[in-house]
Every structure is written in C-alpha cells, then in structure tokens.
Design a protein around this ligand. Structure first.
Ligand code: KIV
Length: 272
C-alpha cells in the first residue's frame, strides 16, 4: 500500500501504474463486517469467487452464481471507501462468448459499483479481455492455478512443473497483458516462473502461492485470519480469529448457563 491515504478510491490505472514499483498489497474480502477493516490497509480488495468455498461451504468455486457475486460485491463496495474493488466473474458467466462476458461484466459493474472485474484464463480468454476492456471495463486476469478449471487440472495443485507447462503459463500471462488486462493474478507457480512472468509482462503480477517475485501479493482473507480449518501450504496465518470467536462464544455460553448474563431492559441500548 502506498504510505499516503488516497483522497479518492483507487482505480485500475492506479494499480497498473505500480508495475515494478512499490509492492501492491491486496486481500480478498466478502462482507460488510470485515471489508472496512481491510480497506484502509490495502491497495485493492478482491471479492473473489473463493467466497463459495470459505463463506458458503461449497466444494469448489464452480457453483457460485453471478447473483451471489453481485450480492457480496455490493456489500463490500458499500462498506469501503479507499481500495479499488475487483469482483470475480463466476464460472459460466464469461467463457461462452465475448458478448456474454461483456453482459455479465456490465452487470457486475452496474449492480455493485465495483471498479474492475477479474476472470480466469490466458490465451483462450485474450479476445474476451480485449473486447471487455475496449468497452470501458477494467479487467484483471488470472493464470497458473485457475480454480474454476479444477476438474481439468486434476485438483488444486501447483502448476508449471515441466518446461511445456511453464511455456504455456508464460504465454497465457503475455497474452492477457497484450489483450489489455490491467493486472494479472499468478497462482500456484514456482518462483523462477513467477519471476520470468513478472519480467515479461507490462502489467503488475499479483502472486498467490507464487513467491515474492511478483509485483504484489493477494491472500484469501479467511485463510490468513485463521477462519478456515484447512489452508494451502503456502498460506501464513497472521491471525487466530477462529479461536477468538470460539472463546467469546464460550464466555457468553457460560454466562447464559450460569444465569449471570448481564443483558437486561435497563441496560439495553438500541443500535445506532
Ligand atoms: O477467488 C479468489 O479468491 C481468487 C484469489 C485466490 C486470487 O481468485
């Protein structure tokens, strides 16, 4: 994050201008409860479709709908003021045609007030990215481990283990950069490949499980806060919020059971 607080919300061009400069700080967030704590401390917030797994207990991101992304995107935009808000395009909303993709992206922009959308895929999505970006919608791309392709990839596994796979991921990153994406998430690749991609493309690379060679980093908020039981190996836990919630609930439960709970009519104050 740049040290100075912005007077206005950050934009996609602000993020693009950070290529090769001060590292870009980003996290996912999905709710009006947590996004305001993240907002002043990061450059952009991604309302990721990972919300299907970490907020809705889905097995993968494949069942996330456009309406669900809009509901969460709206909550995050309303409860923040400084970061660029990027909303993920869910599986099935953009792959069939560039026109479908534009319509879905336009709904995300119009109905949430977000500043950009993100979609997964490299070379096969380049034409779609160019089409959407040329019509005024900033697009962030996502290459390497692309969770919406979990079935084709054979699981949530790191990518780029042989020369052909590395060539393909590099070509994907170059294609999305040339197509007009303003940044690209690089997920689950080894450090030398992340470094090569970062050197090769004209846009900021945002790493997740891709080493510190990238222009910026992103993590799933619930993972780094300790709100999810299982996290990928590369994730460092910076908080123990799950434990904090459990101990607060235990304290409350004990007071209720011992009939020492302090809430009564005289002390009750309405919210707001
Ligand atoms: O959906 C998501 O949270 C993402 C990040 C992991 C980059 O795409």
């Amino acid at each position: 994050m740049s040290a100075q607080k912005p007077e206005r919300r950050r934009t996609a061009p602000d993020i693009l201008a950070r290529k090769g400069g001060e590292p870009i700080v980003s996290l996912t967030a999905y709710s009006a409860a947590l996004a305001p704590f993240v907002d002043p401390l990061v450059d952009f917030i991604l309302v990721g479709d990972s919300l299907g797994m970490v907020e809705h207990a889905m097995e993968s991101t494949l069942s996330v709908s456009l309406d669900l992304m809009i509901a969460h995107g709206r909550a995050v935009v309303r409860s923040t003021a400084q970061s660029l808000i990027v909303v993920d395009m869910p599986f099935g909303s953009y792959e069939a045609s560039k026109e479908d993709a534009f319509r879905a992206a336009a709904r995300l922009m119009a109905e949430t007030g977000c500043g950009a959308v993100k979609l997964e895929g490299g070379v096969p999505m380049a034409e779609t990215i160019a089409f959407i970006a040329a019509r005024g919608i900033p697009v962030m791309a996502h290459v390497g481990l692309t969770p919406q392709a979990v079935n084709a990839l054979g699981g949530f596994k790191s990518q780029g283990h042989d020369a052909a796979a590395r060539e393909k991921i590099l070509a994907d990153a170059v294609a999305v950069s040339q197509a007009g994406a303003f940044a690209v998430v690089v997920e689950g690749v080894v450090a030398p490949l992340a470094e090569e991609i970062t050197r090769a493309v004209a846009i900021p690379t945002i790493g997740i499980g891709a080493s510190s060679a990238c222009d910026g980093q992103i993590l799933v908020l619930n993972d780094m806060l300790g709100l999810t039981p299982r996290v990928p190996k590369f994730v460092k836990r910076y908080g123990a919020i799950g434990e904090a919630v459990a101990s607060a609930v235990a304290a409350y439960a004990e007071e209720v059971r011992e009939r020492s709970f302090p809430g009564e009519a005289q002390t009750y104050k309405p919210r707001g």
